[in-house]
Design a protein. Structure first.
Length: 214
């Protein structure tokens, strides 16, 4: 059974129930577990370090079920989530956050004026081309804007075709990428970000980078 990427029944069902198992599956059978339970829970200690660094108006790219957008809204901070999954957008709205059913490559509100952009939970992989994604985000944020991105916790630079799967049903194939911090910084430098001023940190096995516009 096959359905559109990120709209396959396994992904929609996982967001509705807040439970996995759910994976990204490569053609060779390799599985990357997706942390649905964490995505659908309240922000954890690692998430809090991201929220603490958010300033001004925040765009959460690939917001998923909306825990970060909702947390920012609860703090009175303007935030918008975007996601290609209708169920992710619906769940974000139910939590009290604001969200739109959009791709990051679609026309978006406030282009060029977001103070903070987020690429968390592996979303640096969106589109399978980190350099193109980073260039697009550079166009979305203000001249003094910041990008907070989560990277793979090890040195990897991989572009693959994957499918969302729960072990039986799966979605259609789509391009994805995984990059560690060294690869992210390399792509960022050529995409308009001030790499020498980058700040990186790790919490509970998760790694993050803060980038300023060049």
């Amino acid at each position: 059974m096959t359905a559109p990427a990120w709209q396959a029944d396994p992904y929609t069902d996982a967001l509705r129930t807040g439970r996995g198992p759910l994976f990204l599956r490569r053609p060779d059978g390799w599985l990357l577990p997706l942390e649905v339970e964490r995505w659908c829970a309240d922000p954890d200690d690692a998430d809090l370090t991201v929220l603490e660094r958010c300033r001004g108006a925040v765009l959460d790219i690939g917001c998923g079920p909306g825990r970060l957008v909702a947390a920012l809204a609860a703090l009175g901070q303007p935030a918008l989530g975007i996601d290609v999954s209708r169920e992710a957008v619906a769940r974000t709205l139910r939590l009290g956050g604001s969200a739109l059913h959009r791709s990051v490559f679609d026309p978006l509100p406030r282009e060029g004026s977001w103070d903070t952009a987020l690429l968390i939970d592996g979303n640096i992989g969106i589109g399978g081309d980190p350099k193109a994604l980073l260039a697009r985000v550079a166009d979305l944020v203000a001249e003094d804007g910041v990008l907070l991105a989560e990277t793979a916790p090890h040195d990897v630079d991989e572009r693959v075709q994957v499918r969302v799967s729960d072990g039986s049903a799966q979605g259609s194939a789509f391009p994805w990428a995984r990059v560690g911090t060294p690869a992210l910084l390399e792509y960022a430098e050529s995409a308009g970000w001030a790499v020498p001023e980058a700040d990186s940190w790790s919490v509970a096995g998760r790694t993050f980078v803060a980038l300023l516009r060049a």
